[in-house]
Design a binder for this molecule. Structure first.
Ligand SMILES: [Ca+2]
Ligand SMILES: [Ca+2]
Length: 275
């Protein structure tokens, strides 16, 4: 819980700074962790490979490869799996979203290979995650692994990626997995738990009084966060009293709450609380 404490003695005002972070998924993404059980919001580009949404756990391959590796979702009950296909062609899974500067892109990914390192540099199957600005086409590689970068027939394990987007724009988050030299012993890539949280925004509130008997409380409510304004007439009072609730807005919202219940109080203390 984050709180802001404000003290008013009629027109006097005090500001105490805090911060609030909304771990929200970008409003444009309704299926970021594949919990709808399909590829809503996502695009697949396949050539001989497969892309599936898996419920519960999946055991990939068997003895003679990397053993029975059981993959479970990172988030809730489902995750996506893409498998290598035709030789030299990336099998792709991607999604589009708009981001502001400072937004983060957060997800989990793994690459699981079944080729032997003994045959390198051939059969060097690989996989990647890239963030692509769809206007400038600038690419940032967020994850990369291959047979050469892993133990024999190895895997990366679920890997959490957390990248801060430097510039506002339209982006494509793209995953790719590829067979090399031939199309046997396909690599496989798991994807789960995408979110695009907004940056941490300082919670700054102020108070002002223009009309006797009224007190205005000002702050900016951030996306996805609820707020409650509370007050006491003396700091020694036992409890904070409820004054006003702010529902979570879909865009940053300037709040100017007018407390007309001040009455004859010569002082009143306020705080703004967000979970
Ligand atoms: Ca999931
Ligand atoms: Ca292969």
């Amino acid at each position: 819980m984050k709180t802001l404490l404000l003290r008013s003695i009629l027109a006097a005002a005090a500001i105490i700074c805090g911060s609030a972070e909304a771990t929200v998924i970008h409003p444009g993404l309704s299926n970021p962790g594949f919990e709808l059980g399909d590829f809503t919001d996502w695009t697949t580009s396949l050539s001989g490979g497969t892309a599936t949404v898996l419920a519960s756990t999946l055991t990939l391959d068997g003895a003679g490869f990397d053993g029975f590796v059981t993959w479970a979702p990172v988030e809730s009950a489902k995750f996506a799996l893409i498998r290598g296909g035709n030789t030299g062609i990336y099998q792709k899974l991607s999604t589009l979203f708009a981001a502001a500067a400072g937004d983060r892109v957060v997800f989990s990914v793994f690459l699981d290979t079944t080729e032997e390192r003994a045959y390198l540099p051939n059969w060097n199957d690989d996989g990647y995650a890239k963030l692509i600005n769809t206007t400038t086409l600038e690419e940032t590689t967020l994850f990369a692994a291959s047979v050469a970068s892993l133990p024999n027939r190895g895997n990366t394990g679920w890997t959490s990626v957390d990248f801060t987007i430097p510039a506002a724009g339209n982006y494509r988050l793209e995953f790719g997995v590829r067979n090399m030299t031939d199309n046997g012993f396909s690599p496989q890539m798991g994807v789960d738990f995408l979110s695009v949280p907004a940056p941490t925004v300082p919670l700054v509130a102020s108070i002002s009084s223009v009309t006797e008997g009224e007190m205005h409380i000002h702050f900016v409510a951030q996306i996805g966060l609820t707020y409650t304004i509370q007050y006491k007439n003396a700091l020694t009072d036992a409890a904070w009293l409820h004054l006003y609730d702010v529902a979570a807005p879909a865009a940053p919202l300037a709040i100017d709450y007018n407390d007309t219940s001040v009455g004859i109080s010569t002082q009143r203390f306020y705080r703004v609380v967000t979970p």
